[in-house]
Design a protein around this ligand. Structure first.
Ligand SMILES: Nc1nc2c(c(=O)[nH]1)N[C@H]1C(S)=C(S)[C@@H](COP(=O)(O)O)O[C@H]1N2
Ligand SMILES: [Mo]
Length: 220
């Protein structure tokens, strides 16, 4: 992809970040010696507020009627209500948000149900390698099932001790901190386990199939 001498592996990340900054004419978020900047993937800068980003429709969902269908290549497909979710032992994690539009919000305290616990309930078959997540605003996103085994991934009902607000995906959203935030679908309605990867909304529009912020997998 690049011309010139090979770049040593330990510098490649920095070079990739600087290349991106050059392309976007963006200044580095912080000096590399700053301990905080080590928590920021390449090309990201820290924000203190929490921007709202979506397709512009905020579904008005009655928590009493909310259901999540977990379906596809699983031994025990299920439809969960909010009460069902609350009967699973609660899970809390503090994790960072990295949005592909270059903002990061550190130390978000989430509560909900661990996707590991969800997986234990439905028992994906061996041929279930990806999931496609569907939301009430028509949004979809795809990811490898591996990311649902990440210890900090969850089906979130609370942020900073309060129920998720409507604009941020309440009553229930997916949160996969290890990936760019477009994978964290708001207002989720179904999670389907499939054998073949299927592109979601942004993935079909050029976003990366995986989306690992530490590898700066933004597009393509
Ligand atoms: N249902 C739904 N989920 C979505 C989106 C969306 O448009 N609809 N946008 C994604 C994108 S691109 C981002 S950056 C985050 C933004 O979440 P926030 O508004 O809580 O910051 O939600 C993701 N999940
Ligand atoms: Mo986004």
């Amino acid at each position: 992809m690049t011309d010139g001498p090979p770049i040593p592996a330990d510098r490649a990340k920095l070079v990739a970040a600087k290349t991106a900054w050059a392309r976007d004419r963006r200044a580095p978020a912080a000096r590399p010696s700053d301990p905080e900047s080590r928590r920021l993937p390449p090309g990201q800068h820290r924000v203190r507020d929490w921007p709202v980003l979506d397709l512009g429709t905020h579904p008005n969902l009655n928590p009493k009627d909310w259901r999540l269908s977990v379906e596809g290549l699983v031994a025990a497909p299920t439809v969960l209500s909010l009460a069902d979710l609350e009967s699973i032992p609660p899970f809390e994690v503090t994790a960072d948000i990295h949005c592909v539009t270059a903002w990061s919000r550190l130390d978000n305290r989430w509560r909900g149900v661990s996707t590991r616990d969800l997986i234990a309930e439905v028992r994906p078959r061996d041929d279930a390698r990806f999931v496609i997540v569907k939301s009430h605003d028509g949004y979809t996103t795809n990811l490898s099932v591996d990311w649902l085994y990440e210890p900090d991934s969850l089906i979130a009902t609370h942020w900073e001790g309060r129920p998720l607000t409507r604009e941020h995906g309440g009553p229930v959203r997916l949160v996969v901190p290890a990936l760019y935030f477009w994978k964290s679908a708001k207002w989720i309605r179904s999670i389907r386990f499939v054998a073949q990867d299927v592109k979601g909304f942004w993935e079909a529009r050029g976003y990366h199939g995986v989306g690992d912020p530490w590898k700066e997998q933004r597009y393509g």
